[in-house]
Design a protein around this ligand. Structure first.
Ligand code: ADP
Ligand code: ZN
Length: 778
């Protein structure tokens, strides 16, 4: 959407008047403090209008309530942003016509404040943000609960009464029997499982007054059939204790405390830190919000939280996209009705309507998936910091590989850095062996299969199969692998000015730099070693599975990626089978890179580390380092020491070498230096502008035009690339072009983009979007 944040309410109201939106007949609002409500309309146009609150609703309308209001002869939904004594622009106002649902606010006042912050920072209409804050099921069908009848035996028949009943109406007697054996209480749905006609049979018993019936709400609980055995807090290790004390100190003085950044190696026991911090918060009568990337919101993770608090001290709501609409609706209401004190969820759970927050935790804070890739393009980790400040609570970011933005904030003192450098089991991190694919190739055994699986990795797997140990193999095939690299020396064609791999645009047969836009004809031979084998041939997990099945015909293996894990609970079932050693091997994408803890896994293989390394993105090295480190953490969590085999054409790249030595800070330091020299984040912020259209020329023209105007207005500390085709040059039938802007002053840059765009009219068939702090440059 190329929509611009809305003008001020007063200006809008005047605008509407001009457009003939009649405000009369209305009422002159009286002077009660809540007489006027400023309402954000939920529709596609971002409008904020003032309405009078009718007397019968004064008691019920609150900031955050959803209402229906008249707009040009229609009733439209909206959210109350503010209540005031009188409207600032003197017109006679129309009245709010009704409340949606019971009218209790669905947005807390902090969430409304946060919505405005998001709209302002990410340059998007505030109604988009409010919409994103509610799960669809709640937005569209508020309070659509499932109910059941609770049945209670209130008159226990004497033996002779029961015998009489048994003779006369045996089925009714059976109901009594069922109730007796259930301890006197059950539900209608339970009863109907054995007695399909229970509803009819029940009537005479209800009339006689033997049984009572009450309607109760039934929660669709995604964990209905699970038992959680309560776990006790573990005795903390020395490192954990030190971190725990820092967290407690922050909790004592939350408004003084800086955001906490916990850099803890995989297996250092970060989750235990979370659990004990949360327990502390709950004890003080406060609530806790835990964000986890969707991908690692595994049953295992949830179990750990559910189990710790299964003693009834706190209720947990889980919010993520694999729930059914009904489950999500019910989980959200658990929070809304204050029945849940802890929320665990993915990105959008940052908007969970918790009140009285004590702590917000962001696990795996470096995960790019915290950034939403459609409007509102917010970053949930950054919002965690912003929301915590608004709530006056503690925020704890944690990762084994903090993103450079966060680490830089720690270096500069904006965040407080906490470290855990050792695994709780005292084991050293697994040994990482790097297989140089260039050498493998030179050895001559260049069949398609050895290209997937080097001899070293093949024999390592065989050893595990022989010993009954388990293996996990990763292939991180995200997006498209179009970078051009030499099959024999590993040379990758890079842009000389920007030091990122250039992308091969197959259709045009050009190499293009996605930062500065420079182009080059792809070389026919490798510029470094003159080998003609310079095209990159990609392969995916499916292909790997085939090779594995051929190479190890008797091995039991499963492939885990978004293609194979379509069915609900399929991931959970597959992981369970793997855990119980019904499987020898998993081959998968990032889906299995995180948060999993399998004691019997002693080998982890990374089939192609270069896929991440060669993405046309200045974060490519960081992503590779993160991936290798995360993956390595999956090996050797049990008694036997783990081994990691990394296959790469670039064995000497800093990302691979620092990961091999487990040296996060070394990597971060040199990467930060390079980023600074090249004006990339975290020193500079980026805004990515994308235009798209069915008509290639128009998309390009509009962006060129915008670039020209921006170029005229750029401040000296702002940089702009040329408009170029996006790496994803065509999607959904639309051509895409992009423009990358950078500046250390994000607010100034964002304002400039906003003002320049607002002053232009874009043709209807060209859509222009902007992504502030873009994480993906596709
Ligand atoms: P991380 O999240 O840092 O990778 P985890 O929280 O998953 O690490 O912890 C790794 C393992 O160590 C888990 O099996 C956990 O139960 C165990 N653990 C954590 N803290 C302790 C402790 N203080 N004593 C013993 N075991 C612990
Ligand atoms: Zn360049």
């Amino acid at each position: 959407m190329s929509s611009i944040p809305s003008p001020t309410p007063a200006a809008q109201q005047d605008l509407l008047l001009e457009m003939g939106h009649s405000l009369a007949p209305g009422v002159e609002p009286s002077a009660t403090p809540q007489a006027v409500a400023r309402v954000q309309l939920e529709g596609s146009a971002a409008l904020e209008l003032d309405y009078a609150v009718p007397a019968d609703l004064i008691e019920k309308v609150r900031v955050g309530s959803r209402v229906k209001v008249p707009l040009q002869r229609q009733l439209v939904p909206g959210v109350v942003l503010e209540l005031m004594a009188r409207s600032s622009h003197g017109h006679r106002l129309k009245e709010i016509s009704s409340l949606q649902g019971r009218g209790d606010p669905v947005f807390t006042s902090v969430l409304i404040k946060l919505a405005h912050w998001v709209a302002d920072y990410y340059l998007c209409p505030v109604n988009h943000v409010l919409r994103a804050m509610l799960p669809q099921a709640v937005r569209e069908k508020p309070e659509s609960f499932i109910t059941d009848s609770h049945l209670k035996l209130v008159h226990e028949p004497k033996p002779e009464e029961l015998e009489k009943l048994r003779a006369k109406a045996p089925m009714q007697a059976r109901i009594i029997d069922e109730l007796l054996s259930a301890g006197g209480e059950t539900t209608l749905s339970q009863l109907r499982r054995g007695l399909p006609r229970a509803t009819t049979l029940l009537a005479p018993l209800l009339n006689k007054g033997w049984i009572t019936r009450a309607e109760v709400r039934v929660e669709r609980d995604p964990f209905e059939n699970e038992e959680f055995l309560a776990t006790q807090p573990l005795k903390l290790t020395e490192e954990q204790q030190a971190v725990h004390e820092c967290v407690l100190a922050a909790l004592q003085q939350p408004t003084e405390a800086r955001p906490l950044l916990l850099h803890g190696v995989t297996g250092s026991g970060k989750t235990e830190i979370f659990l004990q911090a949360i327990a502390h918060v709950i004890e003080r009568g406060q609530t806790a919000l835990v964000l986890v990337p969707e991908i690692s919101l595994t049953p295992q993770t949830i179990e750990r939280f559910k189990a710790r608090f299964s003693d009834g001290k706190a209720t947990i709501a889980v919010l993520h996209s694999h729930l059914s609409d009904g489950e999500r609706h019910d989980e959200w209401f658990k929070v809304h009705e204050r029945r849940a004190q802890i929320v665990i969820g993915a990105r959008s759970a940052i908007f969970a309507p918790l009140e009285n927050l004590g702590i917000i935790i962001v696990d795996e804070e470096h995960e790019p998936s915290y950034k939403q890739e459609e409007s509102p393009r917010y970053h949930a980790r950054d919002l965690a910091v912003v929301r915590a400040k608004m709530e006056g609570c503690v925020v704890l970011l944690a990762s084994a590989t903090p993103c450079l933005e966060s680490f830089n904030n720690a270096i500069t003192g904006k965040y407080e850095l906490l470290r855990m450098t050792r695994r709780t089991d005292g084991k050293s991190l697994p040994l990482i062996r790097v297989v140089d694919l260039r050498l493998e190739r030179r050895k001559g055994s260049d069949s398609p299969d050895t290209r997937v699986l080097s001899e070293k990795l093949r024999s390592a797997i065989q050893k595990r199969l022989d010993k009954g140990e388990q293996t996990i193999l990763f292939l991180n095939r995200r997006g498209f692998n179009t970078s051009l690299s030499c099959q024999s020396c590993g040379h990758v064609c890079q842009c000389q000015d920007c030091a990122i791999p250039m992308t091969w645009h197959k259709s045009e047969d050009y190499l293009i730099c996605h930062i500065c836009g420079s182009r080059r004809v792809p070389p026919k031979k490798c510029p470094a070693c003159q080998d003609p084998g310079i095209r990159f041939a990609g392969y995916g997990t499916e292909r790997v599975e085939q090779v594995l099945r051929q190479t190890f015909p008797t091995a039991r293996l499963a492939r885990v990626d978004t293609d194979t894990m379509q069915r609900k609970n399929q991931l959970r079932d597959t992981l369970r089978d793997f855990r119980s050693q019904k499987l020898d091997m998993l081959i998968g994408t990032q889906m299995i890179a995180k948060g999993l803890d399998f004691p019997n896994v002693t080998l982890v293989g990374v089939l192609n580390a270069d896929l991440a390394l060669n993405l046309p993105d200045f974060r490519a090295a960081e992503r590779t380092f993160q991936l290798l480190t995360q993956v390595a953490g999956r090996a050797g969590r049990g008694e036997v020491k783990g081994e990691v085999v990394v296959q790469t054409f670039a064995p000497h790249s800093p990302a691979v070498q620092f990961a091999r030595h487990g040296d996060y800070e070394g990597f971060a330091q040199q990467e930060l230096d390079q980023r600074k020299a090249l004006h990339y984040p975290p020193n500079d912020h980026v805004v990515l502008i994308t235009s798209r259209s069915k008509h290639e020329g128009r998309a390009e023209f509009v962006l060129a035009n915008l670039a020209k105007r921006l170029g005229d207005a750029l401040a000296s500390d702002m940089r702009m690339s040329d408009p170029i085709p996006s790496p994803l040059a065509k999607a959904h039938g639309q051509f895409r072009f992009q423009l990358l802007l950078r500046s250390p002053r994000i607010r100034a840059l964002a304002r400039l983009v906003q003002q320049t765009a607002k002053a232009m009219t874009f043709p209807e068939d060209v859509i222009v979007t902007w992504d502030v702090d873009a994480m993906s440059l596709m």
